[in-house]
Design a binder for this molecule. Structure first.
Ligand SMILES: [Fe+2]
Ligand SMILES: [Fe+2]
Length: 157
């Protein structure tokens, strides 16, 4: 699987979960808890393979993306801390929906920048074969990704 296709598929999966969350009623606390647990799992694995594999490979192949990548890591930093807070938060807490809303805003902005502003440059620089090889390693790493969002390097930066 091509590395960028894999990442975009993940983005779509997360967006589907966001839409479900937005459709869940205010009192659907069980549903919202379940959806947020899935969001945490997806985004933890996704940020893991980006930080461990994709970002370093992208920076090496397309050095001009350096500033985008540094900004992306800062955005991950905020996201993984929010995920960690949400994992221990009661969905009936009046701040729960507000926190998820801000998380969704952050992630949507971040995904838009990845897909529109710098993934195309990486695709051009790496080419199909290197992206396939990287994608295979990312798929394997995803299957073994930690489930603690704070296990990501960006959490400590
Ligand atoms: Fe990212
Ligand atoms: Fe991403």
């Amino acid at each position: 699987m091509d590395a960028i296709v894999l990442l975009k598929d993940d983005h779509k999966t997360v967006e589907r979960l966001f839409k479900k969350f937005e459709k869940a009623g205010d009192d659907a606390v069980k549903t919202k808890r379940k959806l947020v647990d899935q969001i945490i799992e997806e985004l933890t694995a996704h940020t893991h393979i980006e930080e461990r594999l994709f970002y370093p490979a992208a920076r090496e192949a397309a050095p001009d993306t350096k500033d985008h990548i540094l900004e992306s890591i800062e955005e991950h930093h905020v996201v993984v801390w929010m995920l960690s807070e949400l994992s221990g938060m009661d969905p009936a807490d009046e701040r729960f929906d507000a926190k998820v809303t801000v998380l969704m805003e952050n992630v949507r902005h971040h995904v838009e920048e990845e897909e529109k502003e710098w993934f195309p440059e990486v695709r051009k620089a790496m080419g199909r074969k290197a992206l396939q090889e990287l994608g295979e390693r990312m798929e394997a790493a995803k299957a073994e990704a930690p489930n603690d969002p704070l296990a990501n390097p960006s959490a400590r930066q």
